[in-house]
Write a protein that binds this ligand. Structure first.
Ligand SMILES: *[C@@H]1O[C@H](CO)[C@@H](O)[C@H](O)[C@H]1NC(C)=O
Ligand SMILES: *[C@@H]1O[C@H](CO)[C@@H](O)[C@H](O)[C@H]1NC(C)=O
Ligand SMILES: *[C@@H]1O[C@H](CO)[C@@H](O)[C@H](O)[C@H]1NC(C)=O
Ligand SMILES: *[C@@H]1O[C@H](CO)[C@@H](O)[C@H](O)[C@H]1NC(C)=O
Ligand SMILES: *[C@@H]1O[C@H](CO)[C@@H](O)[C@H](O)[C@H]1NC(C)=O
Ligand SMILES: *[C@@H]1O[C@H](CO)[C@@H](O)[C@H](O)[C@H]1NC(C)=O
Length: 388
């Protein structure tokens, strides 16, 4: 159905009761999101007054307006279960499409949570559980990336440990994790790959990057901050060049470093990336730049057949620049949700955008609600910043 038809239907849709009574999440940043069939699930993040455990869903199979997204608040489904209160974490679906997992991240309260924040939500039953498959599970980390294969294996890479993840009690200690971790959602087995760097192609670890699984089983890492562990307590972080593209082949478990050409976009942290419907190009959007005051709202495409960047012309109303948002491709549209546009100004603006990628048309309406953070949270968890 064409977008114009969506818009034309709006006056009618607004009369449908479920839209009128839809939940209106206050929004968050550094949350995690996943698409299962046609429904987006969004969990956790930095909320209005600290790290949250909220769970929302959005059914994209019906026409809807970005001005009144028909959110469902699934938070009450927790019942007596203690849902991990976490942000900067990973989320991935199970192979059977009936549940998703969350893992890792940290929280403002310096609380070490059960099983490194490993939990499972059954989207059909609407119930949370603590997975019993924890043998070999890695140490909790934040700012990592995750992709998953069609056979249901999740690949988790990058990330660091600090006081918020329970790695240390010192606010000056950080450890960056070099290894690749997998979780098989069918066999329920954790595994750690420590790939030997004999080829010189194994990338140094990153944080605040994106990872995208191509249809050919290659995991593509873009942007973020490259980390070096200086000693037991200190790491050195610097922006990754957008031409420097590490690729992990999940079939051969080997890394290859690609030098991207073309028209590369500016370096960024906490951006988003989605796989295009062609299965081989990656569409990135937004993120934070080297200037802490400047966030992006650009769109760029990396074609893995040529490893060349292009920056398509965009029409329509651009979303406001942002970092710490989520992006999901559903029904030929990139849905960009939530953000930390004003994180550094200690304000949060929940937003949601529809980006129709086939025509590079951004249609949006915003519903800004500014929530100043309480002073007591002045020392709350910050996004990771580079040394240079
Ligand atoms: C998603 O689709 C798969 C495959 O058709 C199906 O097995 C699964 O039950 C669906 N999940 C939900 C939540 O409807
Ligand atoms: C770390 O803790 C020390 C001692 O409590 C405090 O003086 C300092 O401001 C803290 N640093 C940060 C970055 O929170
Ligand atoms: C991976 O290899 C590095 C370097 O040899 C080592 O320091 C680290 O402990 C290894 N990690 C795991 C999980 O085996
Ligand atoms: C692997 O070797 C290359 C070339 O020496 C180096 O640039 C890279 O940082 C190494 N990777 C790791 C994880 O140490
Ligand atoms: C670790 O490296 C940092 C940065 O160079 C330095 O400030 C710190 O003193 C070092 N710590 C130790 C224990 O050597
Ligand atoms: C990428 O560029 C570096 C430095 O110019 C070079 O050493 C490396 O061989 C190149 N890699 C590829 C895959 O072309």
């Amino acid at each position: 159905m064409a977008r114009t038809t969506f818009l034309a239907l709006l006056p009618l849709i607004s009369l449908i009761p479920y839209l009128v009574t839809a939940a209106n999440p206050l929004g968050s940043s550094f949350q995690a999101a996943v698409l299962i069939n046609n429904t987006i699930y969004v969990h956790g993040g930095e909320g209005v007054s600290g790290t949250i455990s909220n769970l929302y869903s959005l059914d994209t199979s019906q026409p809807w307006s970005t001005a009144t997204p028909p959110w469902t608040d699934l938070t009450p489904n927790a019942g007596t279960f203690t849902v991990p209160q976490t942000s900067f974490h990973a989320m991935w679906p199970a192979a059977d499409g009936k549940s998703f997992y969350i893992w890792g991240g940290g929280n403002d309260y310096y609380i070490t949570q059960t099983q490194s924040d490993f939990a499972q939500y059954n989207v059909i039953a609407g119930t949370w559980s603590l997975p019993s498959a924890i043998s070999g599970m890695p140490v909790q980390k934040r700012d990592l990336s995750v992709v998953w294969s069609s056979s249901g294996v999740a690949y988790l890479w990058g990330g660091l440990g600090d006081m918020y993840t329970g790695y240390t009690t010192s606010n000056s200690t950080k450890y960056i994790f070099p290894e690749m971790t997998t979780f098989d959602t069918t066999k329920l087995i954790w595994n750690v790959f420590n790939v030997t760097n004999t080829t010189g192609q194994v990338p140094p670890p990153r944080v605040a990057h994106t990872a995208t699984m191509l249809s050919n089983g290659q995991m593509v890492i873009i942007g973020g901050l490259i980390g070096t562990q200086l000693n037991e307590t200190s790491i050195y972080l610097q922006y990754a060049p957008m031409t420097n593209i590490p690729v992990f082949d999940t079939y051969t478990t080997t890394w290859t470093l690609h030098n991207a050409t073309g028209n590369p976009p500016v370096m960024r942290r906490y951006g988003s990336a989605v796989l295009s419907s062609d299965g081989l190009s990656i569409i990135i959007c937004c993120g934070g730049t080297q200037s802490s005051k400047i966030q992006l709202n650009d769109v760029a495409v990396l074609d893995s057949r040529t490893w060349a960047w292009t920056q398509p012309a965009i029409s329509g109303t651009l979303p406001t620049p942002r970092l710490g948002h989520s992006a999901v491709l559903a029904n030929g549209q990139i849905i960009v949700l939530f953000d930390a546009t004003r994180f550094l100004a200690r304000r949060r603006v929940p937003r949601l955008r529809g980006l129709r990628c086939s025509r590079w048309f951004i249609s949006s309406r915003q519903y800004p609600i500014n929530h100043p953070l309480p002073r007591s949270l002045a020392n709350r968890r910050q996004p990771i910043s580079p040394n240079v």
